[in-house]
Design a binder for this molecule. Structure first.
Ligand code: PGA
Length: 252
């Protein structure tokens, strides 16, 4: 199965509009001729509109980091899927471990958010992954299974084919500690097996699974050399022009 590599930058709560414009202009200059990798940036909400202006007709796609599942109404502080579509997003990160940890996001909420995204043809990047404690207790596969089955509850085969999944071991996020390529590969295979049980083998083989957690220019090649790693969700290293450009270029 030929799955096109997909590198996305998760900027988290970083960058003013001015800084975002500068970085995105730089990315456009350096990455405009890349065809063999799908590329996306996910700036904070406040920079999406300016980012869209710059990225219109570009090979770099726009994503958001979260949404709320209701269409509209009295939900102070929230942003809907329609609004993200309106501002030019094609992707949205859902269920990031920081949202699960700091904002009490549950599998049920993740499932509702995925449905809301799909209803307006936004592509969800669904994050799953275990904490260090869970890994040390030998619970990695169970936690990932719980995240996957919870996130995908009630979704049809057609729906699931539209998703991107990101395996992000919590202990590797922002810690400088990357999972070894073998550790990541093992969990990616596990995720594909789950997808095959829940749907079918063809679906399992077509869905792209990114790895996330301290991805850097120095480790992208090794990670991408694993057969079931189809790309990366990059946090810290996506905030600097050179490192994100190197990661994209090193990913094929
Ligand atoms: P990191 O973050 O690359 O800074 O570890 C990855 C993520 O949280 O998506």
């Amino acid at each position: 199965m030929n799955r096109k590599p997909f590198i996305a930058g998760n900027w988290k709560m970083n960058k003013t509009i001015k800084d975002a414009i500068e970085l995105i202009n730089g990315l456009k200059r350096n990455l405009s001729d890349i065809e063999y990798v799908d590329i996306a940036v996910c700036p904070p909400f406040t920079a999406l509109s300016d980012a869209r202006e710059i990225l219109m007709d570009s090979n770099i796609k726009l994503g958001a980091q979260n949404l709320y599942w209701e269409e509209e109404g009295a939900y102070t502080g929230e942003v809907s899927a329609v609004m993200l579509k309106d501002v030019g997003c094609e992707f949205v990160i859902i269920g990031h471990s920081e949202r699960r940890k700091y904002f009490n996001e549950t599998n049920e909420g993740v499932n509702k958010k995925i449905r809301a995204a799909l209803s307006v043809e936004l592509i969800p990047i669904v994050c799953v992954g275990e904490t260090l404690e869970q890994r040390e207790q030998g619970k990695t596969f169970d936690v990932v299974k719980d995240h996957i089955t919870g996130a995908l509850t009630g979704l049809s085969n057609d729906d699931v084919l539209k998703l991107v999944i990101a395996y992000e071991p919590v202990w590797a996020i922002g810690t400088g500690k990357t999972a070894t390529p073998e550790q990541a590969q093992e969990v990616h295979v596990h995720i594909r097996k789950l997808l095959s049980e829940l749907y079918n083998e063809e679906t399992a083989q077509s869905i792209r699974i990114q790895y996330g957690g301290s991805v850097k220019p120095e480790n992208i090649k090794e990670l991408m050399s694993q057969p079931d790693i189809d790309g990366a969700l990059v946090g810290g290293a996506s905030l600097k022009l050179d490192s994100f450009v190197e990661i994209v270029k090193g990913s094929s």
